[in-house]
Design a protein around this ligand. Structure first.
Ligand code: PGA
Length: 256
């Protein structure tokens, strides 16, 4: 099962995730990271930037991108990844891909999958979760076997993301996202969630039935998952006390 770690703050979660990433990069300078956007992963990127580690050889694959926004738009995930990840962490821009960044959109999904395979696969995938349970932009109903492809955002996701745009009408309707199958191939999943608004999605992902109706529940099929949550996001977990107890009693030799 996933390892659930309940932390006192977002910053603490960011520091812990940064520790795990830097341990990985110490083993392999050119580790492959799966990069998430949104508010949730920011504490990780802030923690990594403050450590001033040499990440110039790290390769990155973003989870998803809007379709219909030019890459130069400040809210395109290419722009967000450049601003929030590549520049502050000192990654090499040419080593960081975003879905749909090359060639026609019709073949972009297959091209992205090939690039991930050619890179040797994703070592560590950072994930957030939507209030509707999506991971990446895999909305409820997405196949657990799905690969990178163009999808349609739910109205809920468009409303959640409207805060980054002048109005909801400016939020694209379509996106291109790694599939749940793509995400499941990554060797280690690190899922973060903070705040009460994510509590139901986290409970469904961690403890609910494995169902395409709750895309986050795909993590239950993965052998190596770490879930970093604050008390609010953890508040609907039935086995919360056990997760706290297991973390407090984690053998010292066992890594995350
Ligand atoms: P958020 O989005 O981090 O901005 O809450 C998470 C997601 O939609 O996956």
């Amino acid at each position: 099962m996933a390892e659930i770690v309940v932390l006192d703050s977002r910053a603490e979660a960011g520091e812990l995730a940064a520790d795990v990433i830097l341990e990985l990069v110490a083993r392999r300078r050119d580790a492959v990271l799966g990069l998430a956007t949104g508010s949730t992963p920011l504490p990780i990127y802030q923690a990594l930037a403050s450590r001033r580690a040499d990440l110039a050889a790290v390769r990155g694959f973003a989870l998803d991108e809007y379709v219909g926004l030019p890459a130069s738009h400040p809210e395109s995930y290419r722009s967000v990844i450049t601003r929030e990840v590549v520049e502050p962490l000192g990654l090499a821009p040419e080593l960081v891909r975003v879905p749909g960044d090359r060639g026609p959109i019709e073949t972009a999904g297959a091209d992205y999958e090939r690039a991930i395979v050619d890179a040797g696969g994703v070592d560590l995938q950072i994930l957030g979760i939507g209030t509707d349970g999506h991971i990446g932009f895999n909305e409820p109903g997405s196949s657990f076997e799905s690969l990178t492809r163009v999808k349609t955002l739910t109205q809920q996701t468009r409303e959640d993301n409207a805060r980054f745009f002048d109005s909801i009408d400016d939020v694209p309707v379509n996106c291109i996202t790694q599939g749940l199958g793509t995400i499941r191939r990554a060797r280690h999943l690190v899922l973060l969630a903070f705040g009460e608004a994510k509590a139901a999605a986290i409970a469904a992902a961690v403890e609910g039935p494995v169902t395409a109706s709750a895309p986050g529940s795909a993590i239950q099929l993965h052998p190596h998952v770490t879930v970093l949550v604050d008390g609010s996001a953890a508040s609907r977990l039935a086995n919360l006390e056990y997760y706290r107890y297991a973390w407090a009693n984690k053998p010292a030799w066992e890594s995350i």
